[in-house]
Design a protein. Sequence first.
Length: 319
Amino acid sequence: MPANLTPQYYSAEEKYKKGRSAEEKIEGLQEMLAVIPKHKGTEKLQADLKKRLSQMRDESLQKKKQTGGFNPFHVEKQGAGQVVLAGYPNTGKSALVAALTRAKIKVADFPFTTAVPATGMMPYEDVLVQLVDTPPFTAEGLPPGLTGTLRNADAILIIIDLNSGDCLTQLETSRHLLTERGVIDPEGESPLALPFLLLGMKADLPDAAANLEILAELQPELKILPVSVHSELTLLRETIYRLLDVNRIYGKTPGKKAEMERPFILKSGSTVLDLAYQIHRDFPNKLKSALVWGSARFDGQAVARDYLLQDKDIVELVI
Ligand SMILES: Nc1nc2c(ncn2[C@@H]2O[C@H](COP(=O)(O)OP(=O)(O)OP(=O)(O)O)[C@@H](O)[C@H]2O)c(=O)[nH]1
Ligand SMILES: [Mg+2]
């Protein structure tokens, strides 16, 4: 990581990461470039940011040109976060989305069943996480449009078939393709990269255990989670939710009970001010302080605007 990045830079980076539309992400990138300290140590990062900015502008222009055309590879975000599945043909992407959500999705024992992205909402405790099933890729490349779908996600699930003799190639090629396109960064250095998990599907089938052992020996630094759609998926739901790295915050109006049914979703590390901003763009100007139940030292404690919120806090904003 280059040295000497400033708080302004990190706050612009936050803006990029929190951006839900292409426009918001472009704004974040522009700000990152404007405030990044210009010296040798940040040259590579500056180049990466410029490249991503120009790619995002091109994509956005392309979208506008499609006169009223529907782009199936642009998936509108819903719920607590968007998690996109990616992998080789026939590895079990559609089967997993079908098992975790109520979406009616075509699953079949032949490759290239899925032609365009499809979504389903995965319940986890009191929130819904959006899962996006995608058409497969191979060493020959990605379907046109898929890179955009992946980059726009909040997190990625890389799916391999543990029962296949091809699983090492699937693992290595998937990681390589997604790294090359700037979707993930196994080195953990790029601020533009997304969090991801490696899921080894079909763990119930005969060759899966031996293949998993081989993969673990060849790639000991990688953590592959064995998964079967025929077994309990409770832990996987939680793992997917945690990957989003968000907090649930319950709003409360004075004199009333907290709204426990519909939490606000904020990136972890967010403050009272971030919550106010999410409720209404003008709110932060009016905000004086807030009362917090949960992470505060005592119930209903008055806190400052920069107070760091924690998962499941109840917050009453004082204006
Ligand atoms: N036994 C077992 N079979 C699975 C599992 N997951 C998927 N399958 C089977 O694997 C085959 C392929 O599953 P799909 O979900 O269609 O695979 P996909 O990755 O969506 O395939 P494409 O759309 O071609 O990319 C189907 O016959 C599924 O029933 C699993 O965990 N265990
Ligand atoms: Mg499929």
